[in-house]
Design a binder for this molecule. Structure first.
Ligand code: DER
Length: 224
């Protein structure tokens, strides 16, 4: 099976998994990326079974609207979202993740925090034992780029400005490589504490609730 086929299979499995959370007033949290895109395509087939969706990026909001799915802002919801579905760049056995490959991790972390459970959908290439092979994205306030680069260097890692990219919030991203991530929680806390960092792409303090992994032989579901 191609990677596209694997992503589509886990997207379909995710819709089946979250159907118990549908209902007339259910609002679904939706992530960003190529796997999330396929999830949106599958979710939209059931748009009559839930009230609407909160998107973690303009890209996902546009795709939802193209399918005729009602898109709400978080301040239009009066309770936690029952479920948030999103991909990841890496996920470990503790369901801790590196995210932000698509540059949307700030709003992804916000919508995930507003949700009661996080269903991570990946193909098998994203499953790792140790996080950090994939650079950790940091969304940074523009004026802070030089000092964050220096602080990251002092931590023994290397920050690279993601050229020609700004997030939906208008901020640049620094991709941080070479972090030793034996303790991802401590690293997330450390990077969050650097002045000027808006959000780091480590989801370790708040890992996923369940991960659905598309493999050649089928989709594995693992709960935390
Ligand atoms: O940017 C993100 O956080 C995306 O969810 C990313 O981590 C996964 O993107 P993909 O599904 O295109 O691999």
């Amino acid at each position: 099976k191609s990677q596209e086929q694997l992503k589509r299979e886990v997207a379909q499995a995710a819709v089946a998994y979250i159907r118990p959370f549908f209902g007339a007033d259910a609002v679904i949290g939706v992530g960003t990326g190529s796997t999330a895109d396929l999830f949106i395509d599958e979710l939209a087939k059931h748009k009559a079974e839930f009230a609407g969706a909160v998107a973690s990026s303009e890209r996902s909001a546009a795709r939802l609207r193209e399918h005729g799915v009602r898109v709400l802002d978080l301040d239009e919801t009066d309770r936690p979202l029952p479920v948030y579905v999103d991909g990841a760049d890496e996920i470990n056995p503790l369901l801790q993740m590196v995210k932000g490959g698509g540059g949307a991790h700030t709003r992804e972390k916000i919508v995930a925090a507003a949700s009661e459970r996080f269903v991570c959908i990946v193909d098998e290439t994203k499953c790792v034992d140790l996080l950090g092979r994939f650079a950790i994205p940091l969304e940074v306030i523009p004026m802070a780029v030089p000092i964050v680069m220096r602080k990251v260097a002092a931590l023994g890692a290397i920050a690279t400005l993601r050229a020609g990219f700004t997030t939906d919030n208008g901020n640049p991203i620094l991709d941080v490589a070479g972090m030793q991530l034996a303790d991802a929680r401590e690293m997330e806390t450390t990077m969050n504490a650097i002045a000027g960092v808006v959000t780091c792409g480590l989801f370790a303090l708040e890992p996923a609730t369940v991960v659905m992994v598309a493999r050649q032989e089928g989709v594995d579901i693992r709960e935390r």
